[in-house]
Design a binder for this molecule. Structure first.
Ligand code: HEC
Length: 302
């Protein structure tokens, strides 16, 4: 209350106001910085997690293919036993993928081709685009990027399927293909491969969590935390400023005002004073008042 009684001189700003404005500005900047930071970190996190899963899945498919190349094909081929998954690594990969996706429908595995035996393997728009990129650049071994298939966002890894000599047994001239192929798949599509051509692409996709809704959730949590923190700091700073700056200054101001109006005997209220810079100011002022009092007495007496 000393503040208002002493406030004879009109002020256009206050210490507390300045502290509060600085805090508010700091709060707004923190919130504004936290949103893009949250977005960036969340995106990084989602991508790196998907990347780890993708590596696992791609390596698993590769391992399945190697089972055929190194184990089942050398064993069954010489015996003349013809069963797709044991002879062709592509068929094995496709078979395993089909069973895996029954357990994990969120993932995506496909061996796509625009000249397929199985029409289910016809490419989606993303795969058509991947195929033409592999065809345009024969050196390209793998493409990893985000992509949308049937409206779902994935981190996708794609590798080209190139025709080698061994493929011709099933994918060459349909007249020479084994009946195990021509009977179920017909003779119109999936044949007449040319050596070295890119006929398809193995596409593996890991679902990408919806970054935007994660960012909204996390940003709300961050903003609530920041707001609580700043509210606490605001209350503490105001309390501190009031107790250690404003109250003692107001007391000094009131006292100085009284003295300036000729009340040299005005008693100084030491209640709010502390042993700090403001306390020092008060003591200097009190010394000045006493000197002035002495000087005034001497003048009167003389
Ligand atoms: C033992 C026979 C056989 C051999 C050898 C073979 N494939 Fe296949 N391939 C198949 C069968 C059967 C399918 C269909 C699988 C399905 O139903 O999804 C297939 C599917 C594919 C597909 C998916 C598109 C489609 O046709 O349905 C691609 C691409 C493919 N094979 C490429 C190759 C390549 C490249 C090679 C040589 C490295 C090869 N295949 C060797 C039998 C074979």
């Amino acid at each position: 209350m000393a503040e208002s009684s002493a406030g004879k001189v009109k002020r256009s700003s206050s210490v507390r106001g300045r502290f509060n404005r600085a805090l508010l500005l700091f709060y707004i900047i923190s919130v504004l910085v936290s949103i893009p930071a949250t977005y960036f970190l969340t995106k990084q996190q989602v991508l790196s997690q998907a990347d780890r899963e993708l590596t696992l899945l791609v390596d698993m498919i590769r391992a399945a293919r190697n089972v055929v190349r190194e184990e089942t094909r050398p064993y069954f081929m010489p015996k003349g036993e013809f069963f797709g998954p044991t002879i062709s690594s592509t068929v094995m990969a496709n078979t395993i993928a089909g069973k895996f996706l029954r357990e994990q429908p969120d993932y995506y595995i496909k061996i796509a081709s625009d000249n397929p035996l199985n029409l289910k393997n016809l490419p989606e728009p993303l795969e058509t685009q991947l195929l033409s990129r592999f065809r345009a650049d024969g050196e390209l071994k793998r493409i990893v990027e985000t992509g949308t298939v049937k409206g779902k966002l994935y981190l996708v890894s794609a590798a080209p399927a190139k025709v080698k000599k061994g493929c011709m047994r099933c994918h060459g001239d349909p007249a020479e293909a084994p009946s195990e192929i021509t009977e179920p798949y017909g003779t119109t599509s999936g044949y007449h491969y040319t050596m070295g051509d890119v006929v398809g692409a193995t596409v593996v996709g890991v679902p990408l969590a919806d970054v935007n809704s994660l960012v909204v959730q996390r940003s709300i949590a961050v903003i609530i935390t920041l707001s609580l923190l700043f509210a606490l700091v605001l209350v503490l700073v105001n309390l501190l400023v009031r107790r250690s700056i404003i109250n003692p200054l107001s007391a000094i101001t009131a006292h100085a005002y009284a003295v300036s109006h000729g009340d040299f005997d005005a008693v100084f209220d030491k209640e709010n004073l502390r042993d700090d810079e403001i306390g020092e100011l008060a003591i200097s002022f009190e010394l000045m008042r006493r000197s002035m009092l002495l000087a005034a007495k001497r003048l009167k007496g003389g």
